[in-house]
Design a protein around this ligand. Structure first.
Ligand SMILES: *Cc1c(COP(=O)(O)O)cnc(C)c1O
Length: 437
């Protein structure tokens, strides 16, 4: 499976938008996260077009927790997207990346007062209020300010999507948001509408992630429009924004079949139009905030093969120079991937091996990779690692985090420098009483 701008070049190497993977590994070292600019831009445009062709009032935001560093922000800005941030650190990074604050949407189920202040001082466009404590904090902060604070309320539609437990967020039993089925959502909406310094612009929900069908999104659309209609009926207010979150799945393996953007937009806009017609409700601005669907397939991770251990009749372990610290998804979500031999990419696979990480535990990355026979020094490429890989990386075992490069039309720009051993001890403090000499 080749994705985006990937191809096999005349040297038999994997190439990503004109950059030879072997050259990238030589220049930047491994493990290496490679992000393909053309694929990111193409996904942004295709997502926007799929919805705008069917529904004029549509806005797209990039959920930056999928992959965020300063240098990636200009891409989303240039493509006309808004951007989601879900912590003070993401907000700070987006601002460092020059992203316009007014196009930022601030999420989080436990925003601190300091984070809320940072967001207000920066002038973020929307704060998505998750709970009553946050509503109280914002009311207090609003009293110190002249301009009203634009908010959305995060609601929980009570929809249980078909996806991994850790990325389900739309069901009743979740830490996120105000419950629609009880009366928490209506109560919070009523309170937000009455709060003097707050301007409630609309409602938000996010049902889950890596969804491979449209069912949960469609069901949530019906619930949310019904809630908009109830607000109008009970409070006489027509809310004008409906943010339906992200969650569209991508291809990690050849057999994964996420809906196409056109099929996805078709189903969702159809559900929305139907629900609006049923309640005779005026069309709100529809907002989506995908992360994975925009950057997931645009990322490739390169590893160098090291030790190979064959257990006759049982299994062959191939260790690579990364693992749990640069890709926790196999451990967290039982995630599966396609793995290619980047330096002999035209050779057909004829063995099945288990690719192991190098951490001090059984950090199996890919239990059943189909590859040609491997030798130490070979270069492996793992597909669809653009979302939730770099952003979830850790320093477990004190491995420095890998570099991130952006490739575009034969050039490669460093987005994040590889950490050094010096970086690893930068914040370590030796107590005075232990110091020698
Ligand atoms: C994580 C998240 C998203 C993006 O999810 P994807 O599955 O990457 O599209 C969108 N909205 C909210 C509130 C999120 O927490």
């Amino acid at each position: 499976m080749l994705l985006g701008t990937q191809r096999v070049n005349a040297r038999g190497h994997l190439e990503i938008d004109g950059c030879d993977a072997v050259d990238l590994a030589r220049q930047f070292g491994t493990p290496l996260y490679v992000m393909d600019e053309a694929t990111i831009r193409e996904r942004c445009r295709a997502y926007l077009a799929a919805f705008r062709d069917r529904y004029a009032k549509f806005r797209l935001a990039y959920a930056s927790k999928a992959c965020l560093c300063a240098g990636i922000c200009p891409l989303f800005e240039a493509e006309g997207l808004d951007m989601d941030v879900a912590s003070g650190g993401e907000l700070y990074t987006a601002l460092q990346g020059g992203f316009p604050a007014a196009r930022l949407v601030f999420h989080g189920n436990n925003k601190s007062e300091a984070e809320l202040r940072l967001a207000l001082e920066a002038g973020v466009g929307r704060i998505v209020v998750d709970n009553s404590l946050e509503l109280e904090r914002l009311e207090a902060l609003a009293a110190e300010r002249r301009a009203p604070i634009d908010i959305l309320l995060r609601c929980t539609p009570g929809i249980d999507p078909h996806t991994h437990e850790l990325v389900r967020t739309g069901q009743v039993d979740t830490k996120f948001g105000f419950d629609v089925n009880g009366c928490a959502a209506l109560t919070a909406i009523c309170r937000a509408l009455q709060a003097p310094g707050l301007r409630l612009r609309g409602l938000h929900c996010h049902v889950g992630s890596q969804l491979l069908d449209t069912e949960a999104h469609e069901a949530a659309t019906h619930v949310m429009v019904e809630l908009l209609a109830a607000v109008r009926r009970q409070m006489g207010v027509v809310l004008e924004e409906l943010n339906m979150g992200g969650g569209l799945g991508i291809r990690y393996r050849e057999e994964d079949r996420p809906p196409s953007l056109d099929a996805f937009a078709d189903a969702l806009v159809h559900a929305l139009q139907e629900a609006l017609a049923r309640h005779d409700f005026p069309a709100p601005t529809l907002i989506h905030e995908p992360g994975r669907a925009l950057v997931g397939e645009a990322g490739t991770t390169l590893y160098t093969v090291g030790a190979i251990k064959e257990i006759p009749g049982l299994r062959t372990y191939v260790s690579v120079d990364g693992g749990l610290s640069d890709n926790p998804r196999p451990a967290l979500y039982d995630a599966r991937y396609e793995v290619l031999l980047a330096n002999r990419a035209a050779v057909p696979p004829d063995t099945v091996v288990t690719i192991a990480g190098q951490h001090c535990e059984t950090d199996t990355l890919f239990p059943d990779a189909r590859l040609p026979a491997l030798r130490p020094g070979d270069l492996l490429a793992v597909q669809s690692t653009g979302a939730y890989h770099f952003s979830m990386a850790s320093n477990y075992n004190r491995y420095p985090r890998p570099a991130v490069v952006l490739v575009a039309d034969g050039r490669a720009d460093l987005l994040v420098r590889r950490e050094t051993y010096t970086d690893l001890v930068r914040n370590d403090v030796m107590p005075e009483r232990f110091r020698k000499g």
